[in-house]
Design a protein around this ligand. Structure first.
Ligand SMILES: Cc1ncc(C[n+]2csc(CCOP(=O)(O)OP(=O)(O)O)c2C)c(N)n1
Ligand SMILES: [Mg+2]
Length: 795
């Protein structure tokens, strides 16, 4: 069984009152969280007959842990992720802290009300990290700590702002998520400090009771990653019992008790505990002396006196660790799921709700008068004034800044034009190469580029060099909390890459784990609001592997983290590298993802406009993150004036159609030369035909959706960009759309003005080959484009 904490020093006398007050808070949190869920399910009118839901058992499980943390240990600068299904406890704590209204608590899971799981965007300033997709919030605390170190070591944070600890309250089943271990490994590499993960070890997940043998493994994993592990298995009552004659056999029995039996006995209560103990240990005199004097309820309370439910045990463990230093620490706090509620320990209790009858019994036990259910200090032995006085004095109740815990950081000025690479005649340039050159140009940090150069931070999961971040990294260095020399450079061994690391470095190098990339981007992209230091984060990744980290990308967007994602190479245009490296679905993800504006430029001038837009847009309150899908295919670069507003809005006519034109070609990305070649042939027969460059199906489509919403509200709204672009075409004209990705990304264009669309694109897995072979096979070459034109023209 797990290692025990040494017996703690006895609580100081002045702590007795504190413990009593904390016990009162536990009582309130248990009541209010259960009542919030009960109210939402049984009292509020239900219009659709669907279950509202909520997790009373998951809440009950962490009451003591959260009480000890928030009302004794945590400080205002600490940043916290809470197990998602304990959301109601979080809101109840804020009620007691005077940061939440009772009225609002009654809106749990209601439209416009408190979200089922804590949400930064929808639940307001007290939520540091949203949670909901289990595992991600936990891992994010590690990367938050890394980012806090990054901005503090560079002295970018407001003067006097203290550093915080990063704390996750973790459900034990969350540890099944692989991203936890990816984050542990990456955290170890970066030597993260001041992170606590407190595991609510109730040995239950959603479906059932978890395996007994698992935890020895997990504890070892944490230790291997340099974490301190503190196990809180037994509370004070049990510890005292173990110290008595016969107590050792009681301890051994509990230690050996399978999780499922322990849970079942907990559910059955005192009489069942007695029967089980007597059957197994009844011949031991000492044991009889311990249990015989206890009533059934007292015996149940003793047997459930686990470390995670014992406020003194928790307080002392947290305080000891608080004083011990900054080593990342995992607390394994044994708990009972549903503790204090009628379904405590039952394996099916995850989504269980108390019945109305059970709630009335619970209400009586909690001394809550009808009509006073939301009163924050109802039914306690302390007066509301005593409770308020105590809470006002705890560290977490102090103000971090006059504005509270959500910080701000001024905007960073972005020059009107970014340095567009100058391409000698005859040289071709890909968007990926252009990206590297533009960033390296900014990285010189000269003149008006100095402020933005200082705030850009790049990160990449082991594809730094192959996504062309190399020149930037050579200029700005790699971030590490410690100075590490570049051994190759010191030995004068030739290499294009400088790989020295220091606290001044501005590139965060990651191992190949794309979820970590997106979690780091999420933390970097919240740095203004969490640490008071605005950054301009850029993450690079191969386009197909966006899918590998997708849930973490969505998670970052859900929190409105702001960053620039550059995914390259993309599509079958990658050619010979082939197969699994060729992305198909990413343009559709870009269209569907909220708070992420997705673009696919074809030429360097477009890219420079879009990168400039991205740096500004990610700083706008109504802006968003930006995604650029790039390519390794070199293209001859046009010399031309370009309307940046149109590039940003999603497209422009390379050759505008004549009024009433019967046909147009709309291309996206590096297929541009093939579209242009086909267009020249088409134009010989159809002189009025148009050639449309699409830089963003996402922005065009979004603009169209918004204009239609406006139109439904009433006449007079402005037409969207795509409506304006397509206006010159004849009614019923044909449009051939093409992109190196799924054709659905553009074929909606037919719906805008009732045109007929032939949508070309990729709808099968890619494969190795050269571009002529692949474009022919997937129907993207000149011949395929002309065939599609003919099909439309001939009707
Ligand atoms: C990524 C993801 N998968 C599945 C779920 C559904 N789900 C919600 S809670 C839960 C189990 C939680 O168990 P545990 O973390 O031990 O929390 P407890 O309720 O026991 O405290 C599951 C599977 C989810 N929220 N996120
Ligand atoms: Mg659990």
């Amino acid at each position: 069984m797990n290692q025990q904490l040494p017996l703690f020093r006895a609580a100081a006398p002045d702590d007795a009152q504190r413990v009593a007050l904390l016990n009162a808070i536990e009582r309130k949190l248990l009541w209010i969280s259960a009542w919030m869920i009960h109210h939402a399910n049984h009292i509020r009118p239900n219009r659709d007959g669907l279950k509202v839901g909520g997790h009373q058992a998951s809440c009950a499980s962490v009451i003591s842990i959260l009480t000890a943390l928030y009302f004794d240990i945590l400080k205002p600068a600490d940043r916290i992720a809470i197990k998602p299904h304990a959301g109601p406890v979080f809101h109840a704590m804020n009620l007691l802290l005077g940061r939440q209204s009772a009225e609002r608590l009654s809106t749990l899971r209601q439209f416009g009300g408190i979200q089922p799981y804590p949400s930064r965007m929808k639940d307001g300033g007290e939520v540091d990290f949203s949670t909901g997709s289990v595992g991600l919030g936990v891992a994010l605390t590690s990367f938050g700590s890394l980012v806090q170190d990054y901005v503090r070591l560079k002295k970018l944070t407001p003067e006097g702002l203290p550093a915080g600890r990063h704390v996750a309250i973790v459900g034990d089943a969350e540890l099944d998520e692989g991203n936890i271990y990816e984050a542990l490994l990456e955290g170890w590499k970066h030597d993260i400090r001041n992170v606590w993960w407190v595991i609510d070890y109730n040995r239950q997940s959603l479906d059932s009771v978890v395996q007994d043998r698992l935890f020895g493994r997990i504890e070892g994993l944490f230790r291997d990653m340099g974490w301190n592990v503190v196990t809180l298995k037994y509370g004070r009552k049990l510890q005292a019992a173990f110290a008595r004659p016969g107590g050792e056999s009681l301890r051994r029995w509990i230690d050996d008790c399978p999780n499922s039996l322990y849970a079942a006995l907990t559910f059955q209560g005192g009489a069942a505990w007695r029967a089980a103990l007597l059957a197994e240990l009844g011949r031991e005199d000492g044991l009889r002396a311990i249990i015989d004097p206890l009533s059934d309820d007292e015996l149940a309370a003793l047997m459930n006196n686990l470390g995670g439910h014992d406020i003194e045990t928790l307080m002392e463990a947290f305080r000891a660790q608080d004083a011990a230093g900054d080593q990342p620490t995992c607390f394994i706090a044994y708990t009972v799921k549903g503790m204090g509620l009628p379904f405590a320990g039952h394996k099916d209790n995850h989504a269980g709700l108390m019945t109305k009858e059970q709630m009335e019994v619970f209400r009586t036990a909690m001394r809550i008068r009808p009509g006073h259910e939301w009163d924050e200090f109802e039914g306690l032995d302390f007066s509301p004034e005593e409770m308020r006085g105590f809470i006002a004095g705890i560290p977490f109740a102090q103000k971090l800044t006059p504005q509270g815990r959500r910080l701000e950081s001024p905007k960073i000025p972005i020059p009107a034009l970014l340095p567009v690479p100058r391409v000698p005649v005859g040289r071709k340039l890909s968007t990926q190469a252009a990206f590297g050159e533009i960033l390296a140009g900014i990285g010189r940090g000269e003149g008006e580029f100095a402020p933005m150069a200082q705030r850009i931070v790049t990160t990449s999961p082991d594809v730094t060099v192959s996504t062309n971040l190399g020149p930037w990294v050579n200029r700005r260095g790699i971030f590490d909390r410690h100075l590490k020399n570049d051994v190759f450079r010191d030995a004068k061994l030739a290499s294009a890459q400088r790989w020295g690391m220091s606290p001044e470095g501005q590139h965060v190098e990651l191992g190949i784990a794309e979820q970590n990339l997106f979690l780091v981007l999420a933390a970097l992209g919240l740095s203004d609001r969490l640490y008071g230091a605005r950054l301009l984060p850029i993450g690079t990744v191969y386009d197909p592997f966006v899918n590998r980290g997708l849930d973490a990308l969505i998670y970052g967007c859900y929190m409105d983290a702001r960053f620039l994602l550059v995914s390259t190479p993309s599509g079958i245009t990658l050619a010979a590298e082939g197969g699994q490296h060729q992305s198909v679905n990413t343009p559709l993800i870009g269209m569907a993802q909220d708070r992420l504006a997705a673009y696919e430029p074809a030429f360097a001038d477009e890219l420079a406009i879009l990168m400039r837009h991205a740096f500004a847009h990610m700083q706008e309150p109504e802006g968003s993150s930006v995604w650029l899908r790039l390519s390794t295919r070199g293209l001859s670069q046009p010399e031309r004036p370009l309307d940046s507003a149109q590039v940003i809005a999603g497209g422009y006519w390379v050759t505008p159609p004549a009024p009433g034109a019967r046909i147009a070609i709309a291309y996206q990305g590096p297929i541009a030369p093939d579209a242009m070649a086909a267009f020249e042939i088409l134009r010989a027969e159809e002189p009025g035909a148009g050639l449309l460059a699409v830089t963003s199906p996402d922005r065009l489509h979004q603009g169209w959706l918004e204009s239609r919403k406006r139109a439904r509200r009433g006449p007079g709204g402005a037409a969207s960009h795509i409506e304006a672009l397509l206006a010159p075409l004849a009614p019923g004209a044909g449009i051939v759309t093409l992109l190196d990705g799924h054709p659905a990304a553009l074929d909606w264009m037919g719906g805008v003005r009732g045109h007929r669309v032939a949508a070309l694109g990729v709808d099968r897995f890619g494969q190795g080959g050269d571009i002529p072979a692949l474009y022919a096979e997937y129907g993207l070459d000149e011949a395929a484009i002309l065939d599609a034109c003919a099909e439309l023209l001939l009707g």
